[in-house]
Design a protein. Sequence first.
Length: 255
Amino acid sequence: MEEGSLRKTQKEELFMLKIFDKFCKEKKIKYSLGFGTLLGAVRHQGFIPWDDDIDLIMTGEEYEKLLFLSEDLPKEIKIKTIQNSNFTEPMVCMAKFFRRFDKDDKESPPFIDIFVFRKISSNKIIQNLEKVIHFFIRYSGGLQNDTTIFKSFSPVKRRILLKIIYIPRWILNKINFDNNMKRISNKFLNNPAQKNFCMYWSSFLVLSPKEIYPLKKLKFEGSFFPVLRNYHKFLKVTYGDYMKLPPKSERVPHH
């Protein structure tokens, strides 16, 4: 994506974010900047220069409010959710906001991703079990497509390793795991019996209510938006040394 085109996309997404922020204030829906957008607010006070989307996060309770009130959303944006779409990451991204649609009503960038915290048990054994499941989901398929990892292996060894790596994913496919996890995710988004929240992405993160609320405000592209109370922990677990810039070869848009 060319620099001028990227900045145009960022400006459109900022416009969408402001519409969404106004809607949430009116409806008393709590959300936070998340992932690359949160990192951009902390490190750049705006978009990461090469980022091409906006990430938001909220708890299951707030997500349910959003779904209930989604018909009141301004006409400028349209929502697609895990409930009415075939998302490939049922335990991660729960909804997307779009502005543009083609003649077949198919969405196109720019867009905003909504990620939702699920309730999780405080039991460490259960948390570790979820971490194992998360690893299988995130990496069993991804490693197969990352050919750079296996460059040093002979073709025969490469085929054997790929087959071994695929075993967990094959098992999950056999038990229809992705669809079952959609149902489980919906059931436990806002389970009152559990107090802590978890988030899956490149890492497995658990936060207490006190680490989420009360929300703070950070400057992003000249305006202030809500962020997690302990946004440092979120970024540390997700990115490590998040104030350090990545190598130049990695400073590219993802969409």
